[in-house]
Design a binder for this molecule. Structure first.
Ligand code: HEM
Length: 575
């Protein structure tokens, strides 16, 4: 069978060889149906190890799981079908494989790849190649754009060509991990793995779609329901009932309330706890320690999640808040999945309107995926915001000069302390923006090094890094770099007032950078402006006597502060 296929492959190769680079075929890469299927961003992936076609027979296994019949059934073409002259998809793939203008070499790789697929599957390779490519191609990418001081993350849909190109690049990248010395052989194995649902490239597509969905959901929540002037109020009102409190704990409670309200339309009631000691925020801080252990022993996380609540309570009463909260989220998700009409009763659009995306008619995410998205949002959006606010507030309170300049700026725009302070105006205040940047810089976001994989051989800072090496760097190295931020440990909002402040902003990596960067960046910026702006215009806070002049921290997942910022005297300003 292989020998019968070979002439066809040769023909493809020779046709490709004869073609010049400029003769891009005008035909579409995929049919309309394939195109529409690929655009179905929200479609649930087929379970790992299964073919996407449920009706395919599963006998006569070849190559560890995929079946001759299953693959043959994917094609409605004749077994010895010859790829059409100048097949646009093969041409495009050849162009992407080509290095140093050697088209004939690339086309030989493509043609031999077809032979390898045929050898592995005993089926015509073209339908398999087509299926693998459009299965792996993303429909969207995430783009970041600067708008004033904020970096706005938006999902952007891709054209058929861009989508296919990205899919082929991911296939090529993932094929590096397959056994075999020749690219054609590795690529063939990767393509077969994609069709079987076992390729790492599929994970990349899922990750990209997930980022796009959540970024869209958060952006829409913020745009449709911008945090109004009330955001700063709960903390002010609660302060009025507490004489000496931890501001840090208060900020965490505000952040918790914002996430639960905006994302799930549920109030956390975090403010009603004495001294802001809300069990869930305390548990989230505790998780900071656990993460450092789980990172090296991931099975412990699964073991912990499987424990019944009563046992968690016995082992660690602080951590009991976690299963309790998961239970609340689980109930909400179950309720929505059982009766999607409950979404019509929420005060505003919440994360599930977008994650379930009912209006597009697409296949929604499953229950576990929804629960995990919800838990990640709460975990990621609480302590980070709390830390940045605490860092900024501490330095403003500890430094009379900074406090005076900030107050002057706020009072200049809002002479009446009871006036509403809309986000759009707060964002334009240069000194407040400087205070926030310094808060983000010195609280760092995450302080544990975030791992990335070098997809190619590269050089980093003069060091040769072979491809597939796991590399990571902590944000602290950038934020404490004296070449970028002179006197890096000093809280100096003034450094953000110069002409080069937008260049400087490029060195703030608190939200990380790239595809895996923070999805809540828009919401976080809105919170920081509203919380700090309202607090310093509407309240008069004084640090507890003898408070430390420095906020010391330990490097866990996020920074863990040794000393809480305690405020003693407060008063709400009137008029
Ligand atoms: C000052 C506030 C915040 C900081 C400094 C921050 C920082 C970060 C960082 C450093 C990451 C890891 C990115 C990476 O691995 O490269 C991250 C991830 C994430 N953040 Fe934030 N974050 C903040 C607020 C928020 C908020 C308010 C939300 C949403 C409610 C949020 C949602 C997320 C999510 C969902 C991820 C996971 C992204 C993924 O898995 O790809 N964050 N954040």
């Amino acid at each position: 069978m292989l020998s019968l296929w070979r002439p066809a492959a040769r023909r493809v190769a020779s046709q490709c060889t004869r073609r010049t680079l400029s003769t891009t075929p005008s035909r579409r890469l995929f049919s309309d149906k394939e195109h529409n299927d690929a655009l179905n961003v929200f479609a649930a992936p087929p379970p790992t190890g299964q073919s996407s076609s449920p009706s395919t027979p599963t006998t006569a296994r070849v190559d560890g799981g995929i079946t001759t019949e299953a693959l043959a059934a994917k094609s409605s073409h004749a077994v010895f079908e010859v790829p059409p002259d100048r097949d646009p998809l093969l041409h495009y793939m050849t162009n992407l494989i080509m290095k140093h203008g050697q088209y004939s070499r690339a086309s030989k790789i493509v043609s031999e790849m077809l032979l390898h697929i045929h050898t592995l599957t005993r089926s015509p390779p073209m339908p398999i190649v087509r299926e693998a490519i459009f299965k792996v191609s993303p429909a969207v990418r995430v783009s970041t754009m600067k708008m004033g001081a904020r970096v706005v993350v938006t999902p952007v849909s891709l054209s058929e060509r861009q989508r296919t190109g990205q899919g082929i690049r991911w296939l090529l990248e993932a094929s590096n991990n397959k056994p075999g010395t020749a690219l054609q052989e590795r690529l063939a194995k990767e393509i077969v793995a994609v069709v079987k649902g076992e390729s790492g490239a599929l994970e990349k597509k899922l990750q990209m779609h997930r980022s796009a969905m959540v970024a869209r959901a958060i952006a829409v929540s913020v745009i449709l329901h911008p945090c109004d002037a009330e955001s700063g109020r709960p903390i002010l009102e609660s302060l009025a009932q507490k004489s000496e409190v931890s501001l840090h704990a208060g900020f965490m409670c505000v952040a918790m309330e914002v996430v639960t309200t905006y994302c799930f339309s549920q109030t956390s009631n975090a403010f009603s706890y004495p001294a802001f000691e809300y069990p869930l925020t305390i548990a989230i801080q505790q998780v900071n320690y656990t993460c450092c252990i789980v990172r090296y022993f991931p099975f412990l996380l699964h073991a912990f999640l499987a424990l019944p609540s009563w046992l968690v309570g016995v082992l660690s009463p602080t951590m009991l808040a976690l299963p309790t909260f998961r239970g609340t989220l689980d109930r909400q998700v179950t309720e929505i999945l059982e009766d999607p009409s409950v979404l019509e009763q929420t005060e505003h659009e919440i994360i599930y309107h977008h994650l379930l995306n009912p209006e597009s008619g697409a296949v929604p995410l499953g229950k576990t995926a929804l629960q995990e998205e919800a838990a990640i949002l709460v975990g990621a959006g609480t302590e980070t915001v709390g830390n940045a606010c605490a860092m900024a507030a501490f330095h403003v309170l500890a430094n009379e000069d900074i406090r005076r300049r900030l107050k002057e700026e706020l009072e200049g725009v809002w002479p009446d302390s009871e006036a509403d302070m809309p986000l759009e105006r707060l964002e334009k205040l240069p000194y407040l923006t400087g205070v926030i940047y310094e808060g983000l810089r010195l609280s760092h976001g995450l302080v544990t090094p975030l791992p990335r994989i070098a997809v190619d051989d590269c050089e980093i800072n003069g060091v040769q890094v072979p491809k597939n090496t796991v590399i990571s760097m902590s944000q602290t190295i950038v934020h404490y770099n004296p070449d970028v931020f002179p006197e890096p440990r000093v809280f100096k909002p003034e450094r953000w007032l110069g002409k080069d402040s937008s260049d400087l902003a490029g060195h703030i990596v608190a939200f990380s950078k790239g595809q895996r960067s923070c999805l809540g960046i828009n919401l976080a910026w809105a919170e920081l402006y509203l919380i700090l702006g309202n607090l310093f215009r509407k309240a008069n806070l004084v640090l507890v006597d003898g408070s430390s002049r420095e906020l010391k921290w330990k490097a866990l997942l996020t920074p863990r502060y040794d000393n809480a910022i305690r405020v003693l005297r407060w008063s709400i300003l009137k008029g």
